[in-house]
Ligand binder design. Structure first.
Ligand code: ADP
Ligand code: MG
Length: 332
């Protein structure tokens, strides 16, 4: 502290003659270069931002999806085929996890394993060698009823029609049946009144089993891996869907195309999504399923990701898909 309160202690004591006053540096403020710049229009990033819509991974603004309304009664199931003739694109994973998410929203769900590989059944913890009755018996034996074949899953409100390798024989035997394309539709009919949604997990082919699934369905969901080669073959799938609609099932619609195994860090995934939206427009779901090992882990555990890793981003993605799907369906 300075006596007298002089600031900074810079006043020299007057001293002996000839003594040079000590050099006192008064700080000269250096000019601020910004002061000399003319005031111009604000730079683009300084302009007050008009709120930009948040773009989702498909490059379109994300919609605000409504919470699904609770149902007071059940029945009049909407039947959906999970279809793509390419294997390993996420059909089975989507069937299990969309089904489980719809069940979380209070929907009564029946999953139909319509692939002789039986991955859906195994993915829900069933042993393919220990099944008494499968969808094969339901298709081929006239005295077997759907209620005898249905099994409960670990998810409340979600049942399963299981399958194993026996189903591959059905594809051959059905060829000789009358109304062979309508066989699944006929055997599923009694189940419609007990469920809100029936999801059919198709095999990776466009053969007679898949045509049966499409004939029994109101809608199709096409899971597509976010990978360039995945886009090839979609035209053929669309032709098959169009033919089934024209010849066998006029009500058949494409409910949506779902990007799976998406990796937002790669330009490739983003480009594939862009191409998909160019080709299919709003048929493409806003929800995409990212690539994560949690899906394989939950398959090994024999349960959906919604219970295996309930708070994971994969589980949330399928809940989001369930909301989007319900928002697209009339009266759902
Ligand atoms: N989003 C994903 N991220 C990572 N792996 C996935 C994803 N979806 C599925 N998988 C895995 O990829 C494999 C093929 O998936 P799956 O659903 O069986 O395809 P499909 O039924 O079309 O043949 C499975 O091992 C599955 O666990
Ligand atoms: Mg599969």
């Amino acid at each position: 502290m300075n006596a007298g309160g002089t600031a900074g202690g810079s006043v020299p004591p007057s001293g002996a003659a000839g003594e040079m006053p000590p050099l006192v540096r008064t700080p000269v403020p250096s000019p601020d270069p910004r002061d000399e710049l003319p005031v111009s229009d604000p730079l683009p990033f300084e302009r007050p931002a008009t709120p930009e819509p948040v773009l989702g991974p498909t490059g379109r603004p994300l919609p605000d999806l409504p919470e699904p309304r609770p149902l007071t009664s059940h029945g009049h199931a909407r039947v959906i085929s999970m279809c793509n003739q390419k294997g390993g694109v996420g059909k089975t994973t989507t069937t299990i996890n969309l089904g489980a998410s719809l069940a979380e929203y209070g929907r009564k769900v029946l999953l139909v394993d319509f692939d002789p590989q039986g991955s859906l059944s195994v993915g829900l913890g069933l042993n393919p060698h220990e099944m008494e009755l499968t969808i094969y018996n339901l298709l081929m034996e006239r005295d077997v009823e759907v209620s005898e074949v249905v099994v409960k899953t670990g998810v409340e409100g979600m049942d399963l029609l299981p399958s194993n390798i026996d189903l591959s024989a059905a594809e051959v035997q059905l060829v000789h049946e009358v109304a062979r394309e309508q066989t699944l539709q006929r055997v599923l009919a009694p189940a419609l009144e007990h469920y809100d949604v029936i999801l059919i997990d198709c095999q990776p082919s466009l053969g007679l089993l898949t045509v049966n699934a499409l004939t029994a369905s109101d809608g199709v969901i096409v899971p597509l891996e976010c990978e360039y080669f995945a886009l090839r073959g979609v035209a053929l799938l669309k032709t098959t869907i169009d033919k089934v609609r024209e010849r066998l099932n006029p009500k058949l619609e494409i409910d949506g195309v779902l990007g799976t195994m998406y990796d937002g860090r790669t330009l490739h995934s983003r480009e594939v999504m862009e191409r998909l939206v160019q080709a299919w427009g709003d048929t493409v779901f806003h929800t995409v399923i990212r690539r994560t090992v949690k899906f394989s882990d939950s398959t090994v555990a024999g349960e959906p990701i919604t219970t295996y890793a309930s708070s994971s981003s994969g589980a949330d993605a399928y809940r989001q898909l369930a909301k989007e799907v319900l928002a697209r369906w009339p009266d759902a």
